[in-house]
Design a protein around this ligand. Structure first.
Ligand SMILES: O=P(O)(O)OC[C@H]1O[C@](O)(COP(=O)(O)O)[C@@H](O)[C@@H]1O
Length: 431
């Protein structure tokens, strides 16, 4: 199949989960098990192999997001439940996309330098397609007035009466996609500011998108890894849902995530050590040697995929950081800090609480430190932890920058066109 045809089919495929019944549906285990009505060990045969599974009948926890957030659950309101159902659909499509054989071509950059202006990095085709998928789903939801994305210079106004504003990094960590390293989507949801409805569209689109993190109604990330996990908060705790590929549902697997008050892992791009300020070097040297407030040597873990590094930090505790002005306040730092706080952790720029910072630019960058509250407090106590030397690191051999372009994006707004070099327009996608 030619690439244009493949891309067309990705964008138009109504159900990325029309996959035969494999892996087996965990709910089927459950049904079979519940019929026996006992807490015992069950053995099920699936053709050539056997699975032993121990399930707890007392916790009926296979809740979907709609059940969890709907009237019988957290009751977050019908508008938000509808919006989530459209978001989930987008995430499933992106999950299928990053796992598909097409991604090795789509993951590559279309060449050139790192920056495309407005403080944005040069997008790769996979970033652009993910952005389109999210924009299209938000548009169809009818619930979103404006979407602000890492992939667009300015926010896109969708509909006047949408109650929500969505900020998003559609595909974080896409520089790693060629090596099948985990990637993620980050999103935040605000209420539309009805008091500025009368302003010109560009102005109200921007002001709605520049709300401070304090005003987030909900936020989340999706980790595309060995499992696809949607971790989200509606403002009362952080909860993670795992995609069950046999049913297409995100089911509640990690209710009320609570981060350890102190971890034993630090996560940072260590190769930048000699560009770090004195305080940060001292902090890392201290915890490496087990000479900090926690008297054990820390381990280092760094995936270089923000969502994956943050997810591990939520699960195991510790601190995940990027001390240089690199990550974006509006659609990366704010949603993840919201989740960190909802799980009992902290999000800081090294000096200030992230959620209290008023954004002034859509693509505003800042240092970011996320993690266990005691670890963040200890880190901040070193004072000088923000890296101001930012030479602009050339990672082209890692990211495939400079290789042959595979796909270009033409045009902006609500109609996007993709063209493959040497071909006529491949895809024209109204959203
Ligand atoms: O090069 P550094 O400083 O290690 O930055 C790596 C970070 O950049 C990111 O790739 C984000 O950058 P992009 O949004 O441009 O993909 C994160 O996923 C990762 O944590």
């Amino acid at each position: 199949m030619q690439l244009p045809t493949i891309i067309t089919s990705i964008l138009h495929n109504p159900n990325p989960y029309l996959i035969p019944n494999f892996p087996p549906n965990p709910l089927q285990f459950r049904r079979e098990f519940f019929n026996r009505r006992n807490f015992t060990t069950m053995t099920s045969s699936f053709n050539s192999f056997k699975i032993h599974s121990k399930l707890d009948t007392n916790s009926d926890t296979f809740l979907t997001i709609a059940q969890f957030a709907g009237k019988e659950g957290a009751n977050v309101g019908d508008d938000l439940v509808v919006l989530y159902s459209h978001l989930e659909y987008a995430f499933k499509r992106i999950s299928a996309l990053v796992a598909s054989p097409v991604n090795s071509s789509l993951g590559k950059s279309s060449g050139g330098g790192e920056d495309v202006g407005s403080g944005r990095d040069k997008p790769k085709p996979l970033d652009i397609v993910s952005n389109e998928i999210i924009l299209s789903c938000l548009t169809h939801s009818g619930k979103v007035a404006v979407m602000a994305s890492e992939e667009d210079d300015v926010p896109v106004w969708i509909t006047d009466d949408g109650p929500f504003v969505v900020v998003t990094d559609p595909l974080d960590g896409s520089r790693n996609i060629d090596a099948s390293i985990p990637t993620g989507t980050i999103f935040g949801i605000y209420n539309r500011l009805i008091e500025i409805d009368g302003l010109p569209v560009e102005e109200k689109a921007l002001l709605n998108s520049l709300q401070s993190g304090n005003r987030l109604v909900a936020a989340g990330y999706v980790l595309y890894s060995s499992a696809t996990i949607l971790c989200t908060s509606f403002g009362s705790g952080a909860h993670a849902f795992t995609l069950d590929r046999s049913t297409g549902d995100f089911v509640l697997t990690h209710p009320n995530i609570t981060i350890l008050s102190r971890g034993q892992i630090y996560s940072v791009n260590d190769a930048r050590y000699f560009d770090w300020p004195e305080g940060l070097r001292r902090y890392i040297d201290t915890i490496r040697q087990g000479k900090g407030k926690f008297p054990k040597k820390y381990s280092a873990r760094y995936i270089c995929s923000l969502v994956a590094d943050f997810h591990r930090t939520l699960m195991y505790g510790g601190v995940a950081m990027n001390p240089r002005d690199h990550l974006r306040l509006v659609y990366e730092a704010n949603p993840l800090s919201f989740l960190a706080e909802q799980a009992g952790g902290k999000g800081s720029d090294g000096k200030n609480r992230i959620l209290s910072i008023q954004p002034t630019k859509l693509h505003q960058r800042l240092p970011l430190f996320l993690g266990s509250p005691d670890d963040i407090d200890e880190l901040e106590s070193y004072g000088d932890v923000q890296q101001t030397v930012n030479p602009g690191y050339d990672t082209s051999r890692e990211t495939g920058l400079g290789r042959s372009p595979t796909l270009f994006l033409l045009g902006t707004g609500l109609k996007r066109e993709y063209v493959l070099p040497g071909h006529d327009i491949a895809v024209s996608q109204p959203v």
